[in-house]
Design a protein around this ligand. Structure first.
Ligand SMILES: *[C@@H]1O[C@H](CO)[C@@H](O)[C@H](O)[C@H]1NC(C)=O
Ligand SMILES: *[C@@H]1O[C@H](CO)[C@@H](O)[C@H](O)[C@H]1NC(C)=O
Ligand SMILES: *[C@@H]1O[C@H](CO)[C@@H](O)[C@H](O)[C@H]1NC(C)=O
Length: 241
């Protein structure tokens, strides 16, 4: 009697164990496929974005990228780990053309998409474009963000156009170094609902944060004028505003 119950229980146990093993195998296979797919997708996205910049050896860049980031907590990667990547895909800052922005992404990209003869954003450079949208700690390791005359578009539709918590204030401005950077031209984008302009007190913070030796200027420019510059390639870069 007791013996019979044991055998039945044992049989149930075996069925249960087999069930769980099958379940685990299925989960592992699905998970493995998903992980691989993400990685493969990431690699192909990386390569296809990279190939738009035909001056680079993309396989080499991908190799350097993997070496620096893959399977590492990017925030804890020492700065030197980025060196092979930066060497393989040097930022090519174009003097006088670099455009920064804070809270004006759409206006700025609307313009640079049409007038890359005049302005480029960091996102238009190889690394910036490949890694756009990712929180990428490594970008803090690169010092050479700009040179010559730099333009920054800030928004006149917010309270604090120079927000000390923004990427522009915390990452980019501290890397503007004279004499590499000579001048910072701030363009305040003035929309119909503008609430601030070049007289805004937060811009005083910007002038104070700026490396001594860099000249500062600020100009209020209607958004429609910026759009016009984008729409009319015959307008000289220097005459956009
Ligand atoms: C950048 O602009 C300034 C002023 O317009 C000019 O003097 C300088 O030659 C320009 N530099 C380059 C590399 O184009
Ligand atoms: C700039 O903003 C200030 C305060 O908001 C305002 O009083 C002033 O008229 C504005 N200046 C221009 C040129 O729009
Ligand atoms: C200037 O910067 C300081 C410190 O970051 C901040 O507390 C202050 O609110 C800023 N002033 C303006 C007018 O944005």
């Amino acid at each position: 009697m007791e013996h019979e119950r044991c055998r039945r229980l044992g049989k149930r146990c075996v069925i249960l164990i087999v069930f769980f093993v099958v379940l685990i195998v299925i989960v592992a296979v699905v998970l493995g496929l998903t992980l691989c797919q993400n990685k493969c997708e990431f690699e192909s996205t990386f390569l296809s974005r990279c190939e738009k910049f035909n001056e680079y050896d993309c396989k080499k860049v991908w190799g350097a990228f993997q070496q620096a980031y893959v399977n590492k907590n990017s925030c804890k990667v020492p700065v030197e780990a980025y060196d092979p990547l930066i060497a393989a895909a040097p930022f090519k800052p174009q003097c006088n053309k670099t455009m920064f922005w804070s809270k004006t992404k759409d206006v700025v990209h609307g313009l640079t998409a049409k007038r890359n003869d005049c302005f480029v954003t960091l996102e238009d450079t190889l690394l910036g474009s490949v890694l756009d949208g990712l929180t990428w700690c490594g970008k803090e390791g690169s010092k050479d963000v700009a040179c010559g005359d730099v333009t920054a578009m800030l928004s006149g539709s917010i309270d604090e156009p120079f927000d000390s918590t923004s990427n522009f204030a915390s990452v980019e401005v501290p890397r503007f170094k004279a004499p590499r950077v000579k001048k910072l031209n701030v363009v305040m984008v003035i929309q119909n609902n503008a609430i601030s302009n070049c007289t805004d007190p937060s811009l005083k913070n910007l002038t104070q944060a700026l490396d001594k030796g860099i000249t500062y200027s600020c100009k209020d420019v209607p958004e429609s004028q910026i759009q016009e510059c984008g729409a009319k390639p015959e307008i000289a870069c220097g005459a956009c505003w």
